[in-house]
Design a protein around this ligand. Structure first.
Ligand code: NAD
Length: 490
């Protein structure tokens, strides 16, 4: 009997008002493993009301007390990592070690947010005129909300939530309707944390719940992560409704290989980057730009390394590449591969028609590599979000940077080289928010912002670190004069 997913509102598990449910699938088997409500405006209203009510007291708790709850969250995530990873892998498909990796990233963000008493400190100027002092304080906004994508069911809400609540906000998480079980398990485990009712809430569903979040007057700030068209919609609508919005969008990340790059490490790192998480990672390398005449040196080696990756169920030991999230996504990716072939790109490795014994109904695509890709083609330009890599050749580093900078997205760009000068030029000139030098996945640690430029990000302040603290607080500037001090009569 599939689990019926419930919302968590005001410290209680509540059935959704929605009468419609969507199936949650195990992408390795194709089986329905849970039913998630399709979304309801009433659920969001209840959660926002509860969160707004809880805010009045929560904002007045000293930051040193608020972070005690975060310490408990960290212990719970670490103590239950195996159980959480298993659920994450079952509904999302990625391998167990990939699921564990995202738990580590979530914990890192909690750890950084535990520094809130220091991070919230402000500036103070004494005697801006005789007897007059000026300073600012950072105060919480009220109710915040995170709208999350499917591909990191654990980590992504933790780019925002720990900072938001540590700063004194109350919060609502809306997980992706494709992977609602992992956050549901985390909320069950977090009951032990003992947060006051209404401080942390969870509402499930898709568009209907999201639209209700965008319209709700009690919600002051929204952190979104997902595809670019939805990110744009969230940003535009949220801002028009007077909310603070940070919206991270899609990506098509290039990696540049210079002729002097170390062959073995470059090939290994790029293969990890492109095919890890089955390419369903917003920092995955999806375009490989080989500079100069080194194609022979690298292309065949990348193909060979890709062939060694084992595709299969994420729970099976030894699996490198898990399934694609849904059968619709699998079909969409396969169509894009076919379109690439029809448009004249050379299919060097075809991951379609892969069958995994015991998992014949799973949504698998193996590593797929294209050569001679036209940089004006759909294959080159469109985010595929699967284990598909396009290899192109450029004459010079300048040409490679120009090609990257004219692209739509700006989530990440990486370079592989032994030359400090080439790396420095790339770092300076390239128009991307996260840059890797001899790194395949340039994922910032929790004490740095998770950046993103162009159509990969809409807003001003990013997730993680001080950016998240600034996003979830507003500054109040105070100028003070005390009569006694002014007249010097005590
Ligand atoms: P998605 O845009 O389909 O969904 C993201 C969220 O938006 C979900 O919670 C979903 O319920 C909601 N949503 C979907 N369609 C909506 C609509 N029409 N109106 C309102 N809400 C809607 O994204 P996804 O498929 O879950 O995730 C994959 C995408 O996320 C990829 O494009 C990937 O690049 C991107 N992503 C980006 C980052 C980043 O840091 N920039 C990180 C992870 C994923």
């Amino acid at each position: 009997m599939p689990e019926i997913i419930k919302n968590y509102i005001n410290g209680k598990w509540k059935e959704s008002h929605s009468a419609h449910f969507l199936d949650v699938h195990d992408p390795a088997t194709g089986q329905s493993i849970a039913k998630v409500p399709s979304g309801s405006a009433e659920d969001v209203t209840e959660a926002a009301d509860a969160a707004r009510k809880a805010w009045s007291e929560w904002r007045n708790k000293p930051a040193t007390q608020r972070i005690q709850y975060l310490f408990k969250m960290k212990q719970i995530l670490e103590g239950h990592a195996d159980e959480i990873a298993k659920t994450c892998t079952t509904e999302c498909g990625k391998t167990l070690s990939e699921s564990k990796g995202e738990i580590v990233r979530a914990v890192e963000n909690i750890e950084v947010a535990c520094g809130i008493p220091k991070l919230l400190q402000s500036e103070f100027s004494e005697d801006i005129a005789t007897g007059l002092d000026e300073f600012y304080i950072r105060q919480s906004l009220g109710v915040g909300a995170c709208i999350a994508p499917f591909n990191f069911p654990v980590m992504i809400p933790f780019w925002f939530m720990p900072y938001a609540i540590a700063c004194g906000n109350t919060y609502i998480i809306k997980p992706s309707e494709k992977v609602p079980m992992t956050m549901t398990l985390i909320f069950k485990l977090f009951e032990e944390v003992g947060l006051p009712e209404g401080v942390l809430n969870m509402v499930h569903g898709g568009k209907e719940s999201v639209d209700a979040i965008l319209e709700n007057r009690l919600i002051s700030a929204i952190s979104f992560v997902g595809s670019t068209p939805v990110a744009k919609h969230i940003y535009q609508t949220g801002v028009a409704n007077g909310k603070r919005v940070q919206a991270q969008g899609g990506a098509k990340n290039p990696v540049v290989i210079m002729p002097d790059a170390d062959v073995e490490t470059t090939v290994r790192i790029i293969t990890d980057s492109a095919f890890g998480c089955a390419g369903q990672r917003c920092l995955a390398a999806s375009i490989v730009i080989i500079v100069g005449n080194s194609e022979e040196k690298f292309t065949q080696k990348i193909i060979n390394a890709a062939k060694e990756r084992k595709t299969g169920c994420g729970l099976t030991p030894g699996t490198d590449i898990g399934p694609i999230i849904s059968s619709e996504s699998k079909q969409r990716i396969e169509k894009l591969i076919q379109k690439g072939v029809d448009d004249g790109a050379k299919l060097l490795l075809d991951g379609r028609k892969i069958s995994i014994p015991g998992y014949e109904k799973g949504y698998f695509i193996g590593p797929t590599i294209f050569g001679s890709v036209d940089t004006k083609s759909e294959l080159y330009k469109k985010e595929i979000f699967g284990p598909v890599v396009c290899i192109v050749n450029m004459r010079s580093l300048d040409d490679a940077i120009e090609l990257i900078n004219t692209g739509t997205y700006g989530n990440s760009a990486c370079i592989f080289t032994r030359s400090g000068a080439a790396a420095r030029k790339f770092r300076h000139d390239v128009m991307a928010g996260n840059v890797g030098i001899n790194i395949g996945i340039a994922a910032p640690m929790a004490f740095f912002p998770f950046s993103g430029w162009k159509e990969s990000f809409f807003g001003d302040l990013h997730g993680q670190s001080l950016h998240a603290v600034e996003f979830y607080t507003q500054t109040k500037v105070v100028i003070e004069r005390w009569h006694d001090e002014w007249t010097r009569k005590f």
